[in-house]
Design a protein around this ligand. Structure first.
Ligand code: XMP
Length: 545
């Protein structure tokens, strides 16, 4: 089944993915299309979108080489909503006037519909139910001074004569503000109006439909052949595996590499949940000794990462070959690639595809010809989590905080030893227990969890994204009972973040910090001091190595 689709045309703005996510939150499938590819796709043989949204972008329409689209696009009968630069481009192309005023609007700005301001008052479908919008979020230098022929102004601010405009007969809309950000309180309602009232979308993008369609698709693609998956226990590979297992059952073979750098009980948990409860065929590869001996004596952080990466590829290749032989040949390799890994961006000097290599899979040996199966390729992270819940994966796994591929090795400063890893594992387990308990208490009191990646989502709320302990590799003097101690210090790192790109240290309640520190010193032999990391990113990074 083909979903209603909205194209989010990328002009290089910073909110492109956010716009696509907002559309999807409204149960409509959106995909990001670089502006250079739009006309080719409209003229091609593929399905046409139900509507098009132009994003903002850093350019001015008058700049030489500024991104643009031809007049023809507006004559196809496909509704278009231009946002910020997108609106200016629409006005410029269709005969309006865009200018660079002295006054630049940035931030939260009062806005009134033209109706309220006694201007021209169309029955705007875009503003339907939003008589008094209040405030919006602006971030622009240029603005539309004169709307093109056929358009009317539908809202304005003190400084911006055209906060929005429309030609409803042609289905063309432009907004100078950013409806996609939370600071525009009526923004989602406006987007919903565009999707449903203007474009006639049906709201068929739900995770229930996704699972149903994907299961059929995987069955059809795989037929009676076999699929291999390197399961890491992380959200993406786990959801991909459970989904594929639902489609083809035991024709999916998974292997789980335990490199000995996992958190306490993590390996057992993966086997218990996916092997026993979901009844998936999983081979556990106990490679701890191999990784530890490769790491022996190595102190330099980058070198540690490289060794772990190389070792992972070696284990992956060996295991893939072995299992393929055992199974009499495997045709597909399942990967948990998600949309932000593959999305192409527009502007910024051409349509270069930005594709990150998946950190868990080193690539295939040349001699093994497997086809990639990437069922989550179209999903954002929050959608992957929703699919996980739909498939019955427990919330604590679906909302798991990120865990780096190189594992505890990059939280163990200097050379990695089993003795030091044990200190990290034990202290980290205590930290997680205490924060999880606090989170559950918070949930009981307020109905909201705020600790763990994704809780609080992409909102501006200060959701705690990640929390873990590190071993800074220093020892200090303490006193326990009546005896002098000379033991390790443990660092506690807890950060708030939206996407891991920037972060701040989490303002954990003192009582929680107190309990954590007391328990770590009392329960973890070999630790006599606990430090709390007060560094934001930048200048720090979230991990210590
Ligand atoms: P940094 O330390 O760069 O981390 O501020 C940002 C986020 O990325 C995670 N991280 C990794 N994830 N492989 C991963 O899959 C890695 O090598 C890796 N290094 C850091 C980190 O935990 C944080 O969430």
């Amino acid at each position: 089944m083909k979903n209603d689709t909205i194209w989010v045309v990328d002009f290089g703005g910073q909110y492109n993915q956010l716009i696509a996510r907002r559309v999807r939150e409204a149960s409509v499938y959106a995909e990001i299309v670089p502006f250079e590819k739009v006309m080719g796709r409209l003229d091609g043989s593929g399905d046409l979108p139900k509507g098009i949204i132009f994003t903002g972008g850093p350019s001015s329409v008058y700049e030489p080489g500024a991104p643009s689209l031809p007049l023809r696009l507006y004559e196809l009968g496909i509704p278009v909503l231009g946002i910020c630069y997108g609106a200016q481009l629409m006005a410029h192309t269709l005969g309006g006037r865009v200018v660079s005023p002295d006054f630049k609007e940035y931030g939260r700005v009062a806005i009134a519909t033209a109706e309220a301001a006694k201007g021209p008052s169309p029955e705007s479908r875009l503003f339907s139910g939003i008589a008094d919008p209040g405030h919006c979020w602006m971030s622009h230098t240029d603005y539309i001074e004169e709307v093109p022929p056929g358009f009317v102004v539908t809202s304005r601010t003190d400084h911006c004569p055209t906060a929005s405009m429309e030609d409803s007969a042609r289905g063309l809309y432009g907004v100078q503000f950013h409806p996609e950000v939370h600071h525009t309180p009526f923004g989602q309602e406006l987007l919903v109006n565009f999707l449903y009232k203007v474009c006639g979308c049906t709201g068929d993008w739900t995770m229930e439909n996704f699972v149903r369609d994907k299961v059929e698709e995987i069955r059809a693609a795989v037929g009676d052949r076999k699929v291999l998956c390197a399961l890491s226990g992380g959200v993406d590979s786990s959801v991909a595996a459970v989904l594929t297992h639902r489609a083809i059952g035991d024709r999916l073979t998974c292997f789980f590499v335990d490199h000995g750098l996992l958190r306490k009980d993590e390996g057992d948990q993966v086997m218990e949940v996916y092997g026993r409860r979901f009844q998936m065929k999983i081979h556990r590869v106990n490679a701890a000794e191999r990784f530890l001996s490769a790491l022996a004596g190595v102190e330099e952080p980058e070198q540690k990462r490289k060794i772990i990466g190389a070792e992972f590829i070696a284990v992956f290749e060996e295991e893939a070959r072995l299992l393929s032989e055992e199974e009499g040949g495997i045709d597909f390799l399942l990967q948990g690639t998600i949309y932000p890994d593959v999305v192409e961006s527009g502007g910024g000097g051409g349509a270069a595809a930005v594709i990150k290599s998946h950190h868990n899979v080193g690539g295939l040996p040349d001699t093994m010809k497997m086809t990639l199966l990437e069922p989550l390729r179209t999903l954002f992270k929050d959608e992957v989590r929703a699919v996980g819940e739909e498939l019955g994966i427990a919330p604590e796994l679906v909302w798991r905080q990120p865990f780096p591929g190189p594992g505890l090795a990059i939280r163990c400063l200097g050379a990695v030893t089993e003795e030091k890893l044990a200190l990290i594992r034990e202290s980290d387990a205590i930290l997680r227990e205490e924060i999880d308990a606090y989170n559950e208490g918070l949930f009981a009191r307020t109905g909201k969890r705020n600790y763990g990646a994704g809780y609080g989502g992409d909102s501006t709320e200060r959701a705690v994204w990640q929390y873990f302990t590190v071993l800074p590799n220093i020892r200090s003097v303490g006193v326990m009972g009546d005896a002098r101690t000379y033991d390790y210090a443990i660092g506690v790192r807890a950060v708030t973040s939206v996407d891991g790109m920037t972060s701040d240290w989490a303002r954990l309640p003192y009582e929680v910090l107190e309990t954590i520190a007391n328990r770590i010193v009392n329960e973890v032999d070999g630790v006599n001091r606990v430090l709390y990391d007060l560094t934001s990113k930048p200048p720090g990074t979230i991990e210590w190595e």
